[in-house]
Design a protein around this ligand. Structure first.
Ligand SMILES: [Zn+2]
Length: 160
């Protein structure tokens, strides 16, 4: 329902009201009264439909504003990390927290890596290391040995 239809109803109502005031013939006055009532109902219907549309649009705007805020927050979070190679043994990549000098806000955060497939799909998962160069995502199990492990170095030294 558009505003012009609503306004047209009001305009028709005021024309009828003017007729009603000047009308001396009772029968005609009654007919005008009935028409006036019908126009009033029509205008009220238009108004309530218009009000429904406005409420619906306000809800849509609020939900879109929330989505924009969420997207901005996600983008700001992505900016805090940089894709980096982990270790030296394999081509294994993860998102590393940028250095303190590069970050605007950094509250005593320890250096860490985030799982690349998870972070790219919107999940923030810190990689776990076993202390011997093996890094793995605890959620999707994406992982790799990124340095020669102490065991394999010992084996190589021993000629194994
Ligand atoms: Zn993962």
């Amino acid at each position: 329902m558009d505003i012009s239809t609503g306004l047209a109803s009001f305009s028709a109502m005021s024309d009828l009201f003017a007729l009603l005031v000047n009308e001396r013939d009772r029968q005609k006055a009654t007919a005008i009264q009935v028409e006036f009532t019908n126009k009033l109902i029509e205008a009220q219907t238009h108004l309530s439909q218009l009000q429904g549309t406005v409420i619906e649009q306000q809800r849509l705007i609020a939900s879109l504003e929330q989505r924009v805020r969420d997207m901005s927050a996600r983008e700001a979070e992505k900016e805090r990390y940089v894709l980096s190679k982990v270790g030296s043994h394999r081509e294994f990549f993860a998102y590393r927290l940028r250095g303190a000098a590069e970050l605007v806000e950094r509250a005593d955060e320890i250096d860490h890596f985030l799982c690349q497939p998870c972070f790219d799909s919107g999940k923030k998962v810190v990689l776990s290391g076993n202390g011997e160069g093996y890094w793995e995502c605890p959620v999707c199990r994406h992982g790799s040995q990124t340095t020669h492990s102490k065991v394999s170095i010992r084996r190589r030294i021993a000629g194994g």
